[in-house]
Design a protein around this ligand. Structure first.
Ligand SMILES: C[S@@+](CC[C@H](N)C(=O)[O-])C[C@H]1O[C@@H](n2cnc3c(N)ncnc32)[C@H](O)[C@@H]1O
Length: 250
């Protein structure tokens, strides 16, 4: 990959541990004149930047300080037009709930060359680090990744939770800590059995990582009791019991 002056590279930083950064991401960070970085992007990755690289934090803290997306788009274009090698470092993968698509479109619209380096998404890595495979032969033949940012029934959400309850595949919920009671109630109401295993993985790929194992019926209460906070991922389905409880595939 080339990192030419006047271009933007959208870089997936993985779930938080620098060991989960790709080689491409590392090369991009070392080549960068300016890096606009998120809160969930691995902080240690910034140590790879040159001493004269400009580091611009544009993270969005839940219910806290936030750089509007339009401002991030504007900064990307402005730095690129000034002839800099621009890197946009994001947590996980830029195109999985990362608004990387919007940043790509803003660059294209402004005539700025843009490329992407995909990252290890937390939607698969967080369960994996907790010993939960999102698929497992003869147990789960697929997985669906959804946002729990808004609750079921909210006009801003078009997730069909009732349909999800019937897919017979693993459900992976991002940004779903706050509305876990509403989400699990909706899935139960749609017929997903109470005793289906469920797990919450908090702060995966960090020293603070915690895993709460429960069932669909109990996971929301268990998460509150454990004081689980974002970032966290909820996994629902037989695989959520974890590999040590799953029978070897036949
Ligand atoms: C705005 S989304 C960004 C997802 C990211 N682009 C990705 O591919 O992983 C943020 C959500 O991702 C999940 N997440 C990101 N990093 C995580 C981590 N280290 N541990 C657990 N969940 C994480 C949480 O659900 C969090 O609320």
């Amino acid at each position: 990959m080339e990192f030419a002056p006047g271009t933007v590279t959208l870089v997936g930083g993985g779930p938080g541990d620098i060991d989960l950064l790709t080689l491409g991401a590392l090369k991009a960070l070392r080549a960068a004149d300016v890096v606009l970085h998120d809160r969930l992007a691995p902080e240690a990755a910034l140590d790879e930047c040159r001493d004269d690289c400009l580091l611009v934090p544009v993270g969005k803290v839940p219910r806290g300080k936030c750089t509007p997306q339009e401002e991030i788009n504007r900064l990307l274009v402005e730095h690129a037009r000034a002839g800099r090698v621009v890197v946009r470092l994001k947590g996980g993968d830029p195109f999985v709930f990362g608004r990387g698509g919007e940043e790509w479109q803003a660059c294209v619209e402004a005539g700025v060359p843009v490329q992407v380096i995909p990252g290890v998404t937390s939607s698969v890595a967080a369960p994996a680090l907790a010993g939960i495979p999102v698929t497992h032969r003869a147990v789960s033949r697929g997985f669906t990744v959804v946002s729990g940012h808004v609750p079921p029934g909210d006009p801003r959400s078009d997730v069909n939770w009732s349909a999800l309850a019937r897919t017979n595949t693993t459900i992976v919920i991002l940004m779903g800590v706050k509305y876990l009671p509403e989400i699990t109630a909706e899935l139960r109401g749609a017929g997903l059995p109470d005793d289906v295993p469920a797990a919450v993985v908090e702060d995966a790929a960090s020293q603070r990582m915690r895993v709460v194992h429960a069932t669909l019926a109990s996971v929301a209460d268990e998460a509150v009791a454990a004081d689980v906070r974002p970032p966290a991922i909820t996994v629902i389905g037989p695989v959520a019991a974890g590999l040590s409880s799953l029978h070897p595939a036949q």
